[in-house]
Design a protein around this ligand. Sequence first.
Ligand code: 3PG
Length: 404
Amino acid sequence: YCTMDDFDLDGKTVILRAEFNSPIGPDGKILDDKRIRESVPTIKGLEGSKVVLIAHQSRPGKKDFTTMEQHAKRLQRYVKQSVHYVDDIFGSHARAAIVEAEPGDIVMLENVRFYSEEVLELKPEAAAKTVMVKKLAPLAQVFLNDAFGASHRSQDSLVGFTPILPSGSGKLMQKEIDSLTEALRGGGEVVYVLGGAKVDDSISVTKNVLEKGIASRVLVTGVVANVFLAASGMNIGNPNYEFLEKNELTGEIPNAKEVLQKFDGKILMPSDVAINKDGKRVEINVRQLPADYPIMDIGHETIANFSDIIRHSDKVILNGPAGVFENPEFGTGTRDILMAATKAKFSVVGGGHSSAAVEEMGIEDKITHVSTGGGAAIDFLSGKPMPAIDALKAAKKRMMEHVG
Ligand code: 3PG
């Protein structure tokens, strides 16, 4: 693929797809803006260009599906340039803001997932024909993709501009690809630790890494573990089933069951969990399930066993928190597991929440690579197709053929 250094961008209008999707607290405020901070070198490198920033926040239907207004404000603080946020994606308002902007200006468009075609997963050629791409592409001369965290998606804003505009990567995209490629070198005992709430992605990664022999074991925590516990035939209790139902995750139980049967003994589930009994942490063995209270963390026995495996592994790839770590009563699992990862020979931590925990604990220097990608980082490491990176490669090929 091409990088931004391959283009003369001075005076050009550049569409920059960035990854600003951030953890948002119950008060609606951004909890951690690492992804915004990590985009600064790319944006600073575009000081002579008119920058049209496209990004997303969360998914339709989720509580943290918000506008990009506060993301724009945070960015402005870091780049010390004025960032003009428009609450429009490709309508006349957005297009006028782009046309009126000068080199050195940054126009931040609205959450691109407010637009329904964006959430379809299309091939680049089809994505290039969507309304947004047709409206925005004529206003720009170059497309840059810096959204490594979303590069496992094949959505319009990630793959739709590449068949039309000269396209390349931003600096963060390049840094992530380089570091994760490095992570793939060498063999040894590779352990994946999958937590958080993106259960569909975690099941598919589990299957992929075990099938291909990329990992010797997968340890599950967080909501992912609850689904696996249910899949193993345990009754996790009403509040926990209700949580799965509310988040449309019940359908993942049969998928988890299939993977468990296929890879017997290679997927390790918690042996104890912490439940939230009226605000207090109470630990129970999983044999004591069902629980009448929500499971909010893994228990101490699990923490000790998992930490031991992680410490003795050659490589640990960790994605997603082990529990509701924002609540101090339920942060032990996430923190202790991350501490164990600092002892592994090689460690990669991905996912917005996990990397926020790494920063809060001040252990960035002890983790080999803290990725801005969650699902994208684990997909990359498990050799799954990366549509947005492939689209950049195809764009380079097309440009070379054109030149040749
Ligand atoms: C992420 O946070 O992993 C990326 O922003 C992609 O989000 P998605 O899983 O909602 O597509």
